[in-house]
Ligand binder design. Sequence first.
Ligand code: C2O
Ligand code: CU
Ligand code: CU
Length: 545
Amino acid sequence: MKNRHVSLLLVGLSLLVLLDHDFKGANAGNSLQLSLFNAGFQRFVDELPIPPVIKPDSEDITITMKQFTGKLHRDLADTVQWGYNGVSPGPTIEVERGQHVRVHWKSELPTTHILAAPKGMDMGGGGEPLPDVRNVVHLHGALVTQTSKTDKLHDNDGWPDAWLVPGEEQIAEYGNDQSARLLWYHDHAMGETGRNVATGLAGMYIIRDEFERGLNLPSGKYEIPLLITAKGVDGNSALYYTPTLANEFYGNAMSVNGKLWPYLNVEPRKYRFRIVNASNARSYSMQLVDLENQSPAPPFYQIGTDSGFLENTVVLNDPADPKSPELTLAPAERADIIIDFSQYAGKTYILHNNYVDQADHQLPMPQLMQFRVGTTVSEPDTSSLPMKLRSIPRMDPTRADGTRQITLNQVDMPDGTPMLLLNGMGWKEEITEKPVLGTTEVWEIVNTTTDVHPFHIHLVEFQVLDRRPFDVDAFAKTGQINYTGPAVAPDANEMGWKDTVRTTGNAVTRIIMKFAPYAGYYVYHCHILEHEDMDMMRPFEIVAP
Ligand code: C2O
Ligand code: CU
Ligand code: CU
């Protein structure tokens, strides 16, 4: 079941592959943008907002994309943004497992985009120019049917080419037949995802179930969603986006739940945080730090990942263990963590980011938000911190029905612009990956670039098998994979079910999944939105046996 045409294609393409020519971050070029948040600009002056919650009590709900203005920060002027129901992040939709919901996603956006179109965006080529504003909504991590690539009234997965223009609507049915987890929804229009998400078009979606309730986790006001994203804000408090898709959008300001560098008052007790990295391109490695007194900070107890609970709770940032890992999240990855502040009354912590990207180091974002621990609890904390959550049997790659190789390539077009492709192909090329419904496959994601690409597949949840370095030059010449080191097991907090995985540079990352329960059309892509937009995204079809 290996794709033989792939290696052939690659030999042809290898002449074009320039491995040392990396995409570079988009911060350079505007010193005003760079300097806006320098010394003197006060952080931690806005309280963390909690997005409104929608718990649908009927099958049909309507959510409308709207333009709105709001303050990103106390010391900035109003900023024009786009949001679902006119807020950003959009409302957190909360459903019970199995609860059927039909969302009417309507666009009441203006017909002119609030962000300039970057160089490299597909504006329609030689044919009819594409409308400047086009949107489609994807619920990331959702188990949905997708039988058509054109029917906007039955577009459950949000087909990238089935975009709406203002005045139109997309109807999506979500069966929500999934165990408790945090999904998130965001724009997914082909070639436009990065620019659209940079306006604020993203929100969270929580599935609850009986099992979760049985765990007695911190809940209510002690369960806090955190949607982390980097924004680009210019000297007039207006949003900006990357001037060219060849530069990932790293922004110049950190936003959590729509405020820049907010603070959160917490009680000295346990909290549960539902975290999604909704950034276009930035990854984060997070830990709490007491900047003033250097006192030990509370650890993170990670109980869940993209697709629900882990098997065992993983301790991160353990103050007793200097080798304890931080919480790393690439774009689209989620973490469900518990922090117990009970021994830390009266302290103040920064949520610190230590991730160093190859490109975003031009403008590092070491601080995300602040936590201020109070001295009293408003009620006794009776919640639990379970160390064992559920059983997750490991899938056995030797019993898979087949293996597929997916290469991540950077190639230079004849005019010198870099393109990012999958198996040497872009979005518009015909479907080549057709897994059979009900079969299990291993995908070897062969990253021939030096960058980390967060690889995401719609519909399925997978297990990460391993990562293994290989000889990229030899692969470019021969199409053969020669491993140069041992396979490295996934991190402890990658041992659950996932829908997005960090594929590290010059390595093969192996994942395993069953293609079920629906046949139909889905997509897989890099979740760095500028990569996805040009053109590291491909359709696939799950075919009936
Ligand atoms: Cu958040 Cu196609 O994905
Ligand atoms: Cu998705
Ligand atoms: Cu990528």
